[in-house]
Design a protein around this ligand. Structure first.
Ligand SMILES: N[C@@H](CCC(=O)N[C@@H](CS)C(=O)NCC(=O)O)C(=O)O
Length: 214
């Protein structure tokens, strides 16, 4: 298998953590995509992922799978022992629900703020994402508030249970963790009073897969 990504970036890390959780790191070859140079907006990359984002997983038969959720589902089920995406109908449904919230209420708003209210990854990429770039947009600014509201939501969840989808670590924990990492890059800080979220993050920071992703 091959993974097209760039090391250290939040969404690529989601898949690299999954690879480490599933002991698959040695089975993957990484192909670096130069995001600041907008390589992912050129025809060659768009032909493998029309959305123009990383990561993308390439299977040995040539199939390309984009979107961290889909890649995680695939990797988690390879050994018929899905520990990150649920086994029972109820587990699967709750994980899916929290996964959607982790994206729509946290990591996606952070990404919009980063690319539409800050210089993001620089002018080469802004030429594709925001050809009219002049500075901050009201839309981008508003997403900052949505990301902070998302942090407060997950703080409430984590004050009631040890992990985002319940009693066990699963895919949405990885997504919320990556959302907080991305928020740090964008200078969005976790509100002081979100003690449960901060304590959870400290615990997740210590997981072997997070300390040593693929
Ligand atoms: N929903 C996508 C998000 C992927 C994403 O936004 N990746 C970032 C890297 S952290 C990216 O490619 N950004 C470049 C861009 O948006 O132009 C997924 O789950 O894979």
């Amino acid at each position: 298998m091959r993974v097209f990504d760039i090391p250290g970036f939040p969404n690529p890390l989601r898949v690299r953590i999954v690879l480490a959780e599933k002991n698959l790191s040695s089975q993957v070859e990484f192909v670096k995509v130069d995001l600041p140079a907008a390589e992912h907006k050129q025809p060659a990359f768009l032909s493998i992922n029309p959305t123009g984002t990383v990561p993308v997983l390439q299977l040995d038969d040539g199939t390309y799978i984009a979107e961290c959720t889909a890649i995680t589902e695939y990797l988690d089920n390879l050994d018929a022992n899905p520990v990150l995406t649920g086994r029972t109908p109820k587990q699967k449904a709750i994980i899916h629900m929290m996964q959607k919230r982790a994206e729509s209420e946290l990591i996606d708003p952070v990404g919009i703020y980063f690319h539409h209210a800050t210089p993001g990854l620089g002018s080469a990429l802004q030429a594709y994402k925001r050809p009219d770039w002049e500075g901050r947009t009201a839309w981008g600014e508003r997403e900052r508030g949505r990301a902070i509201a998302g942090m407060r939501y997950f703080d409430g969840v984590l004050s009631q249970q040890p992990y985002v989808a319940g009693d066990a670590f699963s895919m949405p924990d990885i997504t919320v963790w990556a959302g907080l990492l991305f928020a740090g890059f964008a200078n969005i800080t976790i509100p002081e009073e979100c003690e449960a979220l901060k304590a959870w993050r400290s615990r997740i920071d210590e997981r072997p897969s997070v300390k040593n992703p693929a």
